[in-house]
Design a protein around this ligand. Structure first.
Ligand SMILES: [Zn+2]
Length: 324
């Protein structure tokens, strides 16, 4: 799919039909093609990439860049090097995190603000955007207003956040980029109202933080769970733990900034004997579930086999017909 004059998107559908997401690979430039992310180390990504290149590009990959170290973005770096002899471009602080997934030679480290010049005057800028992971970076093609965000901003879902303070600062940097027209995320559809989307995430986080501070104004110290319940009184109970995690991410930032005080909790310690007993119970449950699954499959197969053969369970000798 053509995104802008120099950019094409290869959106590889997700395995599960329940998740209408894709893992995306982008191609930038014409003669000297640069890829941004290259999927998981699975055949379907490799075939998509090779098929797309063979069918529409008639070019090979010169540089394979990644937005961060996670395996669904960086799984094919070695392979890309082997097949295309491509140069591998990674975030400067991602090297240790990418251990085992990099080729021995041809790896270039990218720093914030660095410019990658491709053939045909296509300048691609590196924008550091830590938060989802420490080594997250975006790539910005300012001339065409195209921003590649990896997992820093996704097409249709919210991302997971490791460091909230860093993440919020990153969103602010991105919303300030000049000439921004479209976001090419690591998963899901393109974002055609990039500023609005980035601003809504910034606003959302600000609101959440204000709500937490408000909840803490009401007297005695509270646990993250109590805060969560006061902020999201109507929440679907199955989402409570996720919401609590969200609140704790904010509390960690507030604590780091010295805006809240924390009294250490008291973790529950389980003694060795009860742990061993619980593990044995868990193994037994798993054994029963496995056996049930096997029986279920066998039953289904037997049903299919029955359809393929005459009903011998009803007849020793089936009736025979002839013309009268
Ligand atoms: Zn990721």
């Amino acid at each position: 799919m053509q995104v802008s004059p120099s950019v094409r998107a290869v959106q590889v559908p997700d395995e599960s039909p329940m998740r209408p997401q894709s893992t995306n690979i982008y191609l930038v430039g014409r003669n000297q093609v640069l890829t941004i992310d290259s999927g998981e180390a699975l055949d379907r990504y490799r075939w998509m990439l090779r098929g797309y290149l063979a069918a529409t590009e008639k070019a090979e990959i010169a540089i394979a860049a990644v937005t961060h170290h996670h395996a669904d973005h960086s799984g094919n770096l070695k392979w890309t090097r082997e097949i295309f002899d491509a140069e591998i471009a990674i975030p400067a602080n991602g090297r240790a995190l990418l251990k085992g997934r990099l080729p021995a030679k041809g790896v270039r480290k990218l720093n914030d603000g660095q410019l990658i010049e491709l053939d045909g005057n296509v300048p691609l800028r590196v924008v550091a955007s830590p938060g989802h992971s420490v080594d997250s970076i975006c790539y910005y093609l300012e001339d065409e207003g195209v921003l590649f965000t990896g997992d820093t901003l996704l097409g249709s879902t919210t991302t997971t956040i490791g460091d909230l303070a860093a993440y919020r600062a990153s969103l602010q940097r991105l919303v300030d980029l000049p000439n921004l027209k479209v976001i090419c995320p690591g998963h899901g559809p393109l974002v055609h109202d990039p500023r609005k989307r980035l601003q809504s995430y910034i606003d959302h986080r600000n609101t959440r933080e204000a709500q937490i501070l408000d909840a803490l104004k009401e007297g005695s110290p509270r646990t993250s769970w109590e805060i969560m319940l006061s902020i999201y009184p109507e929440i679907d109970s199955r989402l409570r733990r996720a919401a609590d995690g969200n609140v704790r991410t904010h509390l960690a930032q507030l604590e780091a900034e010295g805006r809240v005080l924390v009294s250490p909790g008291r973790p529950r310690r389980t003694n060795a004997r009860s742990r061993i007993r619980e593990e044995a119970r868990q193994r037994e449950r798993e054994r029963v579930i496995k056996r049930a699954r096997r029986l279920e499959v066998a039953a289904r197969r037997a049903e299919v086999r029955a359809q393929e053969n005459p009903p011998t369970e009803q007849w020793i000798e089936a009736p025979r017909y002839e013309l009268s």
